[in-house]
Design a protein around this ligand. Structure first.
Ligand code: CTP
Length: 400
C-alpha cells in the first residue's frame, strides 16, 4: 500500500509549535507529509524543523521550482490537506478563494478532504466575519474542527485554543479512512470493557491473562470520536486515558461485574471487549504463600466467575439496549461463533480468528462480526481503530 499523502498547512499563529507534534504523529504512522508553512508560520517555527520532522523539504515558495508547477501539483496530489493552526486570516482567504501564497493556492487546487484546526483569540473566533467564513468553508464540505477552550497566548483564557495534536491526528485518520467525521453515536451512552481481569491468590500473586486492552481502548476512543458519551471499564490496562472518555478502573472479574452492572443502567450499547477470567482461586490467602522444603505445594482450587456478558444480555437494563461480545476461536470459527452468540444471548459477537494459519503474536486483527439477526460481516486485517469503527458501523445501523 502506498503511504497516504498528507499536506500539512501551517499558518502564522503561536500554536504552530504544536503542529510539530501532529507532524511527528502523521509521519510515524506511515503518512507521507509535505509541510506548507506560510511566511508568517516561519516566524514561529523554522523551515529546518519542518524538513527534519517530515523527512522532505518544506514547500514554502510559489516561485521556486516553477517548472514543477508547485502551486497546483501539491494540492492535486494530496489525499488530505490539514491546516493546523488555521488562523482567522487563513480561513478568511480560503473562504474567499484568495491565492496569494503557496498554501492558499494548494487549498484552491485540492480535490481531497480538507481539515482546518483553528487557533486564535476568542474575540477573533467569535467575530461575525470569522463565523461566516467558517460557515462558508463547512457548507462547501471542508471540515472545520471546533477550537478548544483554555489558556491562550498571554494571560487570556477562553475558546480559541488549537485542539490537541492527538485530536487533530485522530480527525485526520478518520477522514482518510472514512471521508468524514460522522457523529452517528451522538446522544448515546456506550459502555466498553477493556483489558484483562486479575484474580488474586495471595497479596503478591494473581491469575491473569495477556490482554493489553488496546482493542477496548480503540473502541472507546472511536465511539467518543463518533459523538458518544463513553464509560470505559478498564481492567489492568496500562494505556493512557482516551480523550473525553470516563474511565473506571477495576481489577477482578467480580469488580468488573459490579462496575458493569452500575454503568449499563442507562447505556444504549454495552461492548464486552475485556478478557474476563472464567475462574478465580476459591480461597484468597491473606498472607504470602511460603514454600516449605520437602513439602509439595497444595493444589489451587478454582471456582467459576459469573458470566457478565450473559447476565447483561439476559437482563437488559433498558429496552433496545444493544449488547456486543468478543470471542477468540481457533477452529470452526463461524459455527463456534454462532453457538457462542446464542449461548451468551448478545446481539453481536466479534469473533477473532486465531490459530496456526495466522501468525501467532502478530497484531493481526481479522475478525468476523456475527449478528443475532443472521448478518455476518468480515473485517480484513488492519489497525484496531478500523475494527472498532467497523463494530460501531454495525451498532449504529441497529440503533437507527
Ligand atoms: N465474558 C464475560 N464474563 C466471563 C467470561 C467472558 O462477560 N466470565 C465475556 C467476554 O468479555 C467476551 C466474551 O464473554 O465478550 C468471551 O467469551 P469467552 O470467554 O470466549 O466465552 P466462553 O463462553 O468462556 O467460551 P470458551 O469456552 O471458548 O472459553
Amino acid at each position: 500500500m502506498t503511504a497516504p499523502r498528507v499536506v500539512l498547512g501551517v499558518s502564522g499563529g503561536i500554536a504552530a509549535y504544536k503542529a510539530c507534534e501532529l507532524l511527528r504523529r502523521l509521519t510515524e504512522s506511515g503518512h507521507q507529509v509535505t509541510v506548507v508553512p506560510t511566511a508568517a508560520a516561519l516566524h514561529f517555527v523554522g523551515e529546518a524543523t519542518w524538513a527534519a520532522l517530515s523527512g522532505r523539504p518544506a514547500a514554502t515558495e510559489t516561485w521556486e521550482s516553477v517548472h514543477e508547477v508547485p502551486h497546483v501539483r501539491i494540492g492535486q496530489n494530496a489525499d488530505l490537506v490539514v491546516v493546523a493552526p488555521a488562523t482567522a486570516d487563513l480561513m478568511a482567504k480560503a473562504a474567499h478563494g484568495l491565492a496569494d501564497d503557496l498554501l492558499t493556492n494548494t487549498l484552491l487546487t485540492a480535490r481531497c478532504p480538507v481539515v482546518f484546526a483553528p487557533a486564535m483569540h476568542t474575540e477573533m473566533w467569535e467575530h461575525p466575519a470569522t463565523q461566516e467564513n467558517v460557515a462558508t468553508l463547512r457548507r462547501r464540505g471542508a471540515i472545520v474542527l471546533d477550537p478548544a477552550e483554555g489558556r491562550l497566548t498571554g494571560k487570556d483564557t477562553g475558546k480559541g485554543r488549537l485542539p490537541e495534536p492527538s485530536e487533530i491526528f485522530e480527525a485526520c485518520r478518520r477522514v482518510l479512512a472514512r471521508g468524514d467525521l460522522a457523529q452517528d453515536l451522538a446522544g448515546r451512552h456506550v459502555v466498553v470493557s477493556a483489558g484483562g481481569t486479575r484474580e488474586p491468590l495471595d497479596p503478591v500473586r494473581f491469575l491473569g491473562n495477556r490482554s493489553s486492552g488496546k482493542q477496548g481502548y480503540a473502541l472507546a476512543a472511536t465511539a467518543a470520536a463518533r459523538g458518544a458519551r463513553v464509560t470505559l471499564l478498564s481492567a489492568n490496562a496500562e494505556l493512557p486515558d482516551p480523550a473525553g472518555v470516563d474511565v473506571v478502573r477495576v481489577s477482578t472479574a467480580l469488580q468488573l461485574r459490579d462496575a458493569a452492572l452500575k454503568a449499563v443502567v442507562d447505556a444504549d450499547v454495552v461492548v464486552m471487549a475485556a478478557a474476563v477470567a472464567d475462574f478465580r482461586p476459591a480461597e484468597y490467602v491473606t498472607g504470602k504463600i511460603k514454600k516449605v522444603d520437602g513439602v509439595d505445594p497444595a493444589p489451587v482450587a478454582l471456582v467459576r466467575n459469573p458470566d457478565i456478558l450473559a447476565e447483561i444480555s439476559a437482563h437488559r437494563a433498558r429496552p433496545g439496549q444493544l449488547v456486543v461480545g468478543f470471542a477468540a476461536e481457533t477452529d470452526d470459527v463461524l459455527a463456534n461463533g454462532r453457538a457462542k452468540l446464542a449461548r451468551k444471548g448478545c446481539d453481536l459477537l466479534v469473533v477473532n480468528e486465531v490459530g496456526d494459519s495466522k501468525a501467532f503474536g502478530l497484531d493481526t486483527n481479522a475478525a468476523v462480526v456475527l449478528a443475532a439477526d443472521g448478518a455476518e460481516v468480515h473485517i480484513p486485517d488492519g489497525p484496531k481503530e478500523n475494527l472498532a469503527d467497523a463494530v460501531w458501523d454495525q451498532v449504529a445501523a441497529r440503533l437507527r
